[in-house]
Ligand binder design. Structure first.
Ligand SMILES: [Mn+2]
Length: 424
């Protein structure tokens, strides 16, 4: 379903006066407000095709109803999100959950919804119907050559799908690892994985990137073959210039200093992409910014600082994606909240007085350094984010409009209360 432009305009009109007051106050306290608004307008965050349904846990799944039943409906849902916030203009596809049977048609439908195709995601962590060999003991690391080859072939097939859709990158997340000591020879597992990645790398078109995503644990609980940023960096640096590490916020051990990881990967030119989510314990898949908004801000502070140091384009030189899906919220509302939280953290990072921070550091003025960061973090920049949305044709209050227009109710009516999104 589509949201007519006049409904967005009516909604904005009703909120305009209050918005303008907040914006005027914000602009009176922030020097570079116009610059921040411009950068926010350019910033787009890809929505994964698996986030449009309630994800569930291994204990159960509670569908919210009206979930997209196929790739076409997933694209429509992301189009709807994008029409509300104008910052979700890309989709990240998962193969085989969302194989584009008619790629030209899917590409055209995405274009109609103002969407482009971001990174493609392969899947060798599950067995698929009709698959010859099982990934029970891993995919690229497997002791059996035929299983390794099956995983390589799958990734090359994903690249082919991506070429047809105009994607420019492949994200590889492997669940490979071991559950018990003695199960795996670590060095052999690493070498097998590296050799497999090299084969996949060879199949990349010239202008493509491959992102090697790491994760500390789960589903393997003793060792993981791409377990942290060090291992990911080893693979990506051995592979070549088109290979990068991908940081998923939920894939670290508790209390890991993710902002430091980001700073160093950027410094080495090896940060390629980002998966946003939030967590209290592990890979919790919670709404971005719901648990640790200060950490999100600190990460963006390093991203902005590191990208500026290399003259990178914030909007286009890294892959920005959400990777979350959970059990209790409306998935579309959850995604609207996540995108908003990302944009707020980004705006606050743009506000940091980097010159004063440099000076404070040079003087070992630790108190001042903390204050400079927290000044930015505690400044309410929501009016700038809303203004960026307004200028791009989105809604001033996307969730309010989503509820007012009873969009979920309409989706349930169209697709049914028991509709379950494919893939999860
Ligand atoms: Mn991820």
């Amino acid at each position: 379903m589509q949201l007519e432009k006049y409904k967005i305009d009516d909604h904005n009109q009703s909120l305009l006066k209050a918005h303008n007051n907040k914006l005027a106050f914000c602009k009176s306290t922030v020097d570079n407000a116009e610059n921040i608004i411009e950068k926010l307008i350019a910033f787009q965050i890809a929505i994964p095709s698996w986030a449009l349904g309630t994800g569930g846990t291994r204990f159960g799944r509670f569908s919210g109803g009206g979930e997209p039943r196929n790739l076409e409906e997933k694209i429509e849902d992301i189009g709807l999100l994008h029409s509300l916030n104008r910052a979700s203009g890309a989709i990240s596809l998962h193969i085989p959950w969302d194989i584009p049977e008619k790629p030209a048609h899917i590409k055209a439908l995405a274009a109609q919804n103002g969407l482009r195709f971001d990174a493609m995601n392969s899947n060798t962590f599950q067995d698929q119907p009709g698959q010859e060999y099982s990934y029970k003991y891993g995919s690229l690391q497997n002791v059996n050559k035929a299983i390794r080859q099956q995983a390589i072939d799958h990734n090359i097939e994903v690249i082919q799908h991506g070429i047809e859709l105009g994607s420019k990158s492949l994200t590889v997340w492997l669940s490979d690892g071991s559950c018990f000591p003695g199960q795996l020879n670590f060095r052999e597992a690493f070498q097998n994985t590296l050799n497999g990645l090299k084969e996949i790398y060879k199949a990349l078109p010239e202008d493509w990137k491959i992102f090697v995503e790491y994760k500390a644990f789960e589903p393997n609980f003793y060792s993981t073959t791409v377990g942290d940023w060090g291992q990911s960096y080893l693979y990506s640096s051995k592979l070549g210039d088109k290979a990068y590490s991908l940081v998923d916020l939920g894939h670290h051990l508790p209390n890991a200093n993710i902002e430091q990881i980001v700073a160093l990967l950027l410094m080495e030119g090896k940060l390629g992409g980002f998966h946003f989510n939030d967590s209290k314990y592990g890979d919790d898949d919670l709404t971005t910014g719901s648990i640790k908004p200060y950490q999100l801000f600190l990460i963006f502070n390093e991203l902005v600082d590191g990208m500026d140091a290399k003259g990178m384009n914030h909007a286009t030189d890294l892959g920005w994606m959400i990777d979350a899906s959970h059990n209790v919220k409306d998935p579309l509302e959850d995604l609207l909240q996540s995108v908003e939280a990302i944009l707020i953290a980004y705006a606050q990072a743009l506000l940091v007085d980097s010159r004063s921070l440099k000076e404070a550091r040079a003087n070992n003025d630790v108190t001042r350094a903390q204050d400079i960061l927290q000044d930015a973090f505690r400044t309410d920049l929501r009016p700038l984010v809303a203004e960026a949305r307004l200028r791009s044709g989105g809604a001033l209050d996307p969730i309010a409009l989503f509820r007012q227009q009873k969009i979920r109710e309409a989706l349930i009516k169209n697709r049914g209360a028991k509709a379950v999104a494919t893939g999860l």
